[in-house]
Ligand binder design. Structure first.
Ligand SMILES: Nc1ncnc2c1ncn2[C@@H]1O[C@H](COP(=O)(O)OP(=O)(O)O)[C@@H](O)[C@H]1O
Ligand SMILES: [Mg+2]
Length: 230
């Protein structure tokens, strides 16, 4: 947001606030999505291609050398791992195809992919996500679901995951629950762990709120509430 936007915030009062907040949130979220698209392309096209070239060179060197040098094998393995990480990062940064699929199917896709990878059943009740929502709210809920499900894949080791959405009092509540490891919700996540903080900030931008219920060994339930009108 430039200085103009900030001055504009300072000058408004009362009933203008809500409309202004919505306009700024819409703009900020659009800019974030543009940046994600740019990063996703750079990761995929530049880094991904370079890593593929290195992997190929290593493969040729290994094929040419008479004795198998374990350092070469290790380097090749590390390049493969890095390629997979870059591919995953590029994939998760890509823009959500909400216009084509709609929010409900997009979130169902995310959950099905995760549960397929973990080899567990997903309980889903996402009918409410078919209701019309402002674009910035839909995008926000999509990114929340994406981060929450990524966290479950990375940290939870659950045997059960449930993703549900309900409308109550002009607000959408998206609930994502797992019965995995849980964590100390009171502890500050270390530097570099920006997922939960990012979810809070995203929701606050559209006038929503994130609540987390968790404890070590007790699973995690995440409630993302957002106003239906943005
Ligand atoms: N569903 C979950 N199950 C268990 N632990 C979790 C879950 N979600 C988050 N955590 C814990 O909270 C920490 C902070 O999460 P996050 O801010 O998303 O950072 P990151 O995923 O990059 O570590 C994680 O490192 C993990 O210890
Ligand atoms: Mg995370």
């Amino acid at each position: 947001m430039g200085r103009e936007g900030l001055m504009w915030v300072g000058m408004t009062t009362g009933k203008d606030d809500k409309a202004l907040r919505r306009r700024l949130a819409r703009r900020l979220i659009a800019v974030q999505e543009e940046q994600r698209l740019r990063l996703s392309r750079e990761l995929h096209d530049d880094l991904g291609q370079m890593l593929a070239s290195i992997a190929l060179e290593l493969h040729i060197v290994r094929a040419d050398s008479h004795e198998m040098d374990p350092r070469l094998a290790r380097a090749a393995m590390l390049v493969d791992r890095l390629s997979a990480r870059v591919h995953d990062a590029a994939w998760s940064l890509r823009p959500a195809d909400l216009d084509r699929l709609g929010l409900r199917a997009s979130v169902e896709d995310l959950a099905s992919v995760l549960c397929g990878q973990l080899g567990i059943q997903c309980e889903m009740d996402l009918e409410a996500l078919s209701s019309p929502l402002p674009t910035e709210v839909a995008l926000t809920l999509y990114r929340i679901a994406q981060e929450a499900l990524t966290n479950i894949g990375k940290h939870a080791a659950p045997s059960r995951v449930s993703v549900t959405a309900h409308i109550q009092d002009d607000r959408m509540r998206l609930t994502i629950e797992d019965d995995g490891r849980g964590f100390d919700g009171g502890a500050e996540p270390g530097p570099g762990h920006l997922g939960l903080a990012g979810m809070r900030e995203r929701l606050a931008l559209v006038g929503g709120k994130l609540s987390v219920e968790t404890a070590n060994g007790k699973g995690t339930t995440l409630y993302a509430d957002a106003p239906l009108a943005g």
